[in-house]
Design a protein around this ligand. Sequence first.
Ligand code: AP5
Ligand code: MG
Length: 253
Amino acid sequence: MNAARGFRAMIVGPPGCGKGFVAQMMVKTYGAVHISTGDMLRDHIRYRTWLGKRVERFTTRGKLVPDNLLTRIVTDAIGKAGNRNLILDGFPRNINQARALDEMMTLDFVLDLFLPMQAIIARLRTRLVHPASGRVYNDHGDMAPRVPGRDDITGERLVRRADDTSHSVVMARQRDYVQETYPVIQHYSQKNILHTILARQHESMVPLVKRYLAKRWPKRIHQRFRPQRRIELVCNQGPRSKSSTQQYRWSVS
Ligand code: AP5
Ligand code: MG
């Protein structure tokens, strides 16, 4: 890694496995800039931008948005992040996007999060989000907000995501992940920068990821960079274990 800049990382994993939640921790602990394509697209939809109107019909059906639209907003966001620690969440999601990213920059590591399918479905049924910040919660358990239905920081109302409310859309997203994103995982495995984090049913990814990062990244990297707010409206795993891949493939087919 180049000493003059922070790390450049990506989180990959099935929809609902906890990518956003892990990214929140990396923002807090490492001052990382969090580039979540899903959050950026939802902002565009919320503010009824030109892009938002074009992508809404894809996201509400759980379908991937065309590559050219995504690549443009990600290029802008990466440019704005400068030399800070950077965490990509939700991009690249297919092999074309991975190749486009290779042209833009070199990743230092990829965290491949794996969680059993049953746990994912259960979490998505009860997920709540704060639309303005992208913060994620659950309506019960350790991830519940302090005040039910309200964001811990702003006190604003939490909502359910449109693509979580229908079981068929939830399953379509899982299927797309297997078909489109597995080649991306292989791509990074071949580059030897993939680190797979395997969590059990009720286990949080966060301590597992923290342990990996503490071993791998010296403290000085994250002390030099200050936390930054999420980028808003931009235009404004060691090799994966075969058994986990097969288990997932099997569970969504
Ligand atoms: P995106 O927003 O990226 O959605 P996703 O990949 O479907 O992933 P999610 O955000 O649903 O899940 P997550 O893994 O972040 O889990 P979370 O941290 O919330 O994309 C949305 C859409 O945008 C796509 O469908 C597509 O249309 C489009 N799009 C985005 N990027 C694209 C691209 N590159 N190309 C084309 N189209 C693109 O956690 C889930 C829940 O688990 C939360 O409730 C959390 O509180 C809870 N949780 C976390 N840890 C625990 C624990 N230990 N115990 C219990 N609950 C827990
Ligand atoms: Mg997310």
